[in-house]
Design a binder for this molecule. Sequence first.
Ligand code: 5AD
Ligand code: SF4
Length: 530
Amino acid sequence: MYKKEICHFVIFFFNIVSLRLTAKWQALYLTRNDPYRYTRTINFMEEKVIDEKRQGESLVLEQKLEQKNGNQRKLFIESYGCQMNFSDSEIVASILAEQGYNTTENLEEADLVLINTCSIRDKAEQTVRKRLEKYNAVKKINPKMKVGVLGCMAERLKRKFLEEEKIVDMVVGPDAYKDLPNLLKEVEEGRDAVNVILSKDETYGDISPVRLGGHGVTAFVSITRGCDNMCTFCVVPFTRGRERSRDPKSIINEVNDLVEKGYKEITLLGQNVDSYLWYGGGLKKDYKNASEIQRATATNFAQLLEMTAEAQPGMRIRFSTSNPQDMTEDVLHSMAKYGNICNYIHLPAQSGSTRILKEMNRQYTREEYFELIDRVRKIIPDCAISQDIITGFSTETEADHLDTLSLMNYVKYDFGFMFMYSERPGTPAARKLDDDVPAEIKKRRLIEIVDLQRVHSAYRTQQFVGKTLEVLIEKESHKSNEQWSGRTQHNTVAVFNKEHFKVGDFVMVKIEDCTSASLIGEAIDYSENN
Ligand code: 5AD
Ligand code: SF4
C-alpha cells in the first residue's frame, strides 16, 4: 500500500547499496518500482539513493496541453508516501483545475502550495516537517501564498499545524478533497480551514484524474480506499479509514479513457486490492447487511481483473498491494488466463515468524504463507514476487529473525522493501506492546535481510539472461541518452539501445546481461502487442 515511492523507478543501486551497508539505515528500498517511495536514512541523515525523484517531486501535469486554458492561479503540489498518495494528488489537481489552478514546478510563483503527506513511519513525517519549514520561508517573501497539508498526517497533526505551530492555512484529510473548493474559500476569507472527516463511501469514482509527473505510458487507477486489516503496527486504518471499493464501471471508464490518451499500462491500486468488493457502494464491513440482489450482482477482485483485462486487451495490467490472507486462487487463475495481466505480485510477508505474525495481527501463519507461494508457483510458474518486511517488531527475538531469513530463502523474492519497525502513535502495537528491540539490533537485522535480498535479486535477474522478453518503453535510460528504459511484465527494468523505437512501444528484447537490479539487452522487433 505505500510508498514515496516510485520514481518512476528504479532502481536498485546495488553497488550503492553495498557501499552503504556499513552505514546505519533506517530503511532501505531495493526496488525496481518501489511502491512505497520512501526516503532512506543513513546515519540519520536523509539521502536520496533509489529513484526517489518522485518523493516530494513537484508534480505537474503530464502534458502541457492538459493545463487548462484560462486558469490563472498556480498550484505547487508535492506528494510523499505511497502510490495511493500520488494517485490522490492527481484527483486533487483535477478538482483544483476546475477552480482556476494550473500546476507549476516553481514554488516561488505558487499561489497555493499543497503537500500530500505520509505517516507510515516517523521518518516520513519528519521529511514533511522540513518541507513545511521551507514553504514558510518562501511565504515570508510571498505572503499571499497559501499552504495546505493533505493526506495521512492531516488527522493526527491538524491541531498542531493549524493552532499551535500556525504553519499552514489548511488541513485536508484523504476523504475530504471534494471539499477543497469550500475550504479554499475559507482560506481566502482569512480563516483557517480544516476537514479531516473520513468517509464511508467516498472513492472519487466520479472524478476523472489528471495525470501528474509521468511519461504518459503508465498510470495508477485507484480501486479501493482504506483498510480493515488492523495490522497492529500500521497507522493506515486510522489515517485512511475503513475499506470501501469503487464502482467497477467507473474503473473501466477510467481505463478506457487512459487507453484513448495513449497509456499502455495501469496499476490497480488499493491498500488491499484482493479484498475489493463492489456491491453497490458502502463499507466492506457492511457487506454482511447486503441484500440478496446486492450479493448476486457483487463484483470481486478476480472479476474486476478479468473485466479490465477484457475491456482493454492491449493494456498491461498490474495491481498492488496484495495481502496474503485475502489473495484467492481465483485471482491467480485470472492472472494465468489473461496475457495482459502481468505475472507479478507484491505480497508483503512482514515476518517469517508465526509468533510475530500473530503479534502483528496478520491473519496467516508462516506455513500458510508458504502454501500460498506454492499455489502461485503452481498456477503461474514464472510469477515474480516481491515483499515488504519489517525488522525489529516488538518482542522479535533472534530466532524470529532467523525465521524471516529462512522464509526469504524459501521464496527467493525478485525484490523487496525492507524497513525497521517504527512505532506509530495510536496504533494497537503502540498501545499494547513495548518497542523493545534496540535500534542497533533492528539495524543489524535489516542489513542481514537486505544482504540476503540482494543475493536473491541477483539470482532472479540472472534467470532472464538469454531469454527474449517483452518490454514496455517508459523513458530514456538515466545512464545513457542513447538507450531506452522500460519494464518487463515481471516488473524488472530492462535497458537497450533506442534504435527506431519510441516511448510507449512494446518491444521484444533479447536479454544479454544483467545487474542485480536490471536487465541489459538488444531490441529485436515490436512485440505482437504493439
Ligand atoms: N514501521 C515500519 N514499517 C512499517 N510498514 C507499515 N507500518 C510500519 C511501521 N510502523 C511497512 C510495512 C508495509 C509497508 C508499506 O510499510 O512493511 O507493508
Ligand atoms: Fe500511503 Fe498514508 Fe500509508 Fe503513507 S500512511 S503509505 S501515505 S496510506
